[in-house]
Ligand binder design. Structure first.
Ligand code: 15L
Length: 274
């Protein structure tokens, strides 16, 4: 059996697609997980785990759930583009509750950030982890806020974070863009394992993508936490050869379809700003 953390791990967003994968895979490695989500857990609760429904907007419930935990895998909140008012509670106030709980418990946080925090970067320009935030909507903006919250809690309170800018984590590659952004479920799981078990992380940024030849991203803290992806989108390439959407905006930017949701510019900007 692989190494398991000494203290319980809180997994938020446990009823979502990625939460369910992580609950199953980490429980299978002998981890003691506290699962939570606002929605009921749709599977059998795995051995060694408990499930408690909670709203991220309820700070007292989140503090109670985190009691005694050494790690918070924060996958909860809105995970797609939505109107601003729907995002405020779970993704802004909820994140504050997560970080306050981490501060009180001396716990580390893995924050499931997203490529949509940088989605308006051009596809042609390879990015480092120090690139400017370029959110492509309210959802991406909430992820940029989350990363900045992690940075603030590290410098001000010494709370460690692993900020994972997840590309596209699905069972398999579903479109041409995912040849650049895909993160396999096994690579996602090993990233959560390393983020939890690494001796120190400080406040690290990791590009959450498998070993894809067409990647948009390079240089991050993966070596320092001992993570290396094993899978790749490359074998899916022949399926998507020559497939292009009918939107030049979507094709231009890393965030893909999210960049054109609610887009109202009459003419696109002439070139990259950064
Ligand atoms: C995300 O952040 C979403 O949660 C996911 O559903 C995908 O849309 C993904 O980004 C993506 O960019 O493919």
């Amino acid at each position: 059996m692989a190494e398991a953390p000494q203290k319980p791990v809180l997994l938020t967003g446990a009823s979502g697609a990625l939460g369910r994968v992580l609950a199953r895979n980490l429980a299978a490695q002998g981890w003691t997980l506290r699962l939570t989500d606002i929605a009921p857990f749709p599977d059998d609760v795995p051995p060694g785990c408990t499930f408690t429904p909670a709203d991220l907007d309820n700070g007292v419930d989140i503090l109670r759930l985190a009691e005694g935990c050494g790690m918070i895998l924060h996958f909860g909140g809105i995970s797609v583009e939505r109107p601003f008012e729907e995002i405020v509670g779970p993704n802004l106030r909820g994140l504050f509750h997560i970080y306050e709980a981490a501060r009180r418990e001396g716990a580390r946080v893995l924050f499931a950030s997203s490529n949509h925090s940088i989605g308006f970067h051009e596809r042609e320009v390879p990015l480092d982890d120090s690139c400017q935030f370029m959110p492509d909507g309210y959802y991406g903006l909430s992820k940029a806020y989350g990363e900045l919250m992690g940075r603030m809690y590290w410098y001000k309170h010494g709370v460690e974070s692993v900020l994972v800018r997840i590309g596209s984590s699905f069972p398999e590659v579903k479109d041409a863009r995912m040849l650049s952004t895909w993160l396999s479920y096994d690579d996602l799981t090993s990233l959560c394992v390393r983020a939890t078990l690494a001796g120190k992380t400080g406040c690290s940024v990791i590009w959450g993508a498998s070993d894809n030849a067409r990647t948009y991203w390079r240089h991050d803290a993966r070596e320092s936490i001992g993570w290396a992806p094993k899978d790749s989108a490359d074998p899916f390439a022949p399926q998507f050869a020559g497939v292009v959407s009918d939107s030049p905006i979507q094709e231009r930017y890393q965030g893909g379809a999210y960049t054109i949701m609610g887009y109202s510019r009459k003419t696109p900007p002439p070139g990259p700003l950064f």
